[in-house]
Ligand binder design. Structure first.
Ligand code: ADP
Ligand code: GN1
Ligand code: MG
Length: 366
């Protein structure tokens, strides 16, 4: 068996290239996410055990790996400079390669390593309003810590990543070319998407009109990108910094609602389960405002429910686009996986449209 066929042997061969002291005891896959391959390793050094997270960076998705790692270094350095005064919250810390670089390129692809945040846990499903509140406040505070990071120092590693109008263009292109002739069978979802064309430009227009500026966002505020302390339950670290780039701040709030307040899994096939939990929505709004409220403009606060709908729609559009394009972007584990994901997102959008008043009232009162 070659290293390529045995992923663990492949990871082992890469680990020695990072500046990790001690003796390697164990490596295991850490299955999560749609983009990278993640592993965890355990080492013994000086009588104590230490763990590390290793990721093979998906360079099909991130064509500019040096730019990506430049952004992560800029963000983690900035956070490290702030967090001394900010209590128990900590930043991700990269482990450099033996040559002192932030990542290395092995035959199997580009790799990076982080110190493992011990005594922490991440969750795929939200357990309570308190849980939602803590996650949202952590992402709000994360944005607040980065408010004075120079935007020009960050690179746009995936062009127009946060642009909903751009996602609509990509969708139209996939629909026009329809390489696997999947469009007819997805007619309901395609029509749903096309009918909502007018909403995609709203955030860009409000930003152009000066209602709020671009700021640094996290860009992937899934609940499992917050690590919670196993003892006290507080949020202790925000991970997955790949999409930290300039955008509209409410993208992060929208993505929080899309994932954490969802009443179903992201790829649920039983569409009767799809919706948004209003109590979790309210807890997220409260937490986000407690973390980020200090810098949001009044118009941004008003746009929070709309951002939830827009981001949910836009991610649905990306799943549908990938389904039409032949599942070339998001990892899939079954036939029609991206179409199932798109259906869930669009089901949530329809739910939010039908409950617009409750969402607005609850956000405003929080
Ligand atoms: P993906 O982009 O594939 O979602 P992440 O960077 O989010 O990859 O990592 C996957 C999971 O690994 C996270 O949800 C988190 O549970 C865990 N994780 C990531 N970094 C660390 C870390 N430094 N310490 C502990 N757990 C981590
Ligand atoms: C991807 O890192 P991961 O797998 O959680 C995607 C996000 C989407 C998300 C949808 C770089 O995130 O933009 O919101 O899937 N990341 C990238 O679940 O495209
Ligand atoms: Mg993640």
């Amino acid at each position: 068996m070659t290293d390529h066929e045995d992923p663990i042997a492949e990871v082992r061969s890469v680990l020695g290239e990072f500046a990790i002291p001690g003796e390697l005891l164990e490596v295991a896959p850490f299955e999560r996410g749609h983009i990278h391959d993640t592993y965890v390793s355990t080492w013994r050094a000086g009588g104590a055990a230490a763990r590390y997270i290793h990721q093979r960076i998906n360079d099909r998705v991130f064509g500019d790996v040096p730019g990506l790692m430049h952004n992560i270094e800029a963000v983690t350095r900035h956070l490290a400079g702030k967090l001394g005064a900010a209590g128990g919250f900590q930043t991700l810390r990269l482990v450099p390669s033996r040559c002192g670089a932030a990542f290395l390129v092995a035959p199997s692809g580009p790799w990076r390593t982080y110190h493992f945040i011990e005594n922490s846990a991440s969750f795929d499903v939200c357990e309570s309003e308190e849980h939602a509140y803590r996650a949202a406040r952590a992402f709000g505070e994360f944005q607040a810590h980065l408010i004075d990071l120079d935007l020009d120092g960050l690179r746009e590693t995936i062009p127009h990543f946060f642009s909903s109008p751009h996602r609509m263009v990509q969708f139209r292109d996939a629909l026009d070319s329809d390489p696997l002739a999947r469009a007819d069978a997805a007619e309901t979802e395609v029509s749903f998407a096309l009918e909502r064309r007018p909403m995609v430009s709203v955030m860009a227009e409000r930003m152009r009109a000066g209602a709020f500026p671009r700021r640094t966002v996290h860009g992937d505020t899934k609940l499992n990108n917050v690590l919670f302390d196993r003892t006290g339950g507080e949020a202790v670290c925000i991970v997955d910094l790949d999409t930290c780039m300039p955008a509209y701040s409410l993208y992060d709030f929208g993505d929080l609602v899309r994932f954490t307040a969802a009443t179903s899994a992201e790829d649920e096939r039983d569409l009767s389960l799809v919706g948004t939990d209003l109590d979790l929505y309210r807890a997220l709004a409260r937490g986000y405002l407690d973390g980020a409220g200090g810098f949001l403009t009044a118009e941004e606060v008003e746009l929070m429910p709309f951002a939830a709908r827009l981001v949910t729609f836009t991610i649905g559009l990306r799943f549908l686009t990938d389904h039409l394009a032949g599942d070339v972007y998001f990892k899939t584990t079954r036939e029609g996986h991206n179409l199932d994901r798109a259906r869930v997102q669009f089901g949530m959008v329809a739910w939010m449209e039908a409950h617009e008043r409750e969402l607005s009232t609850r956000a405003a009162r929080s």
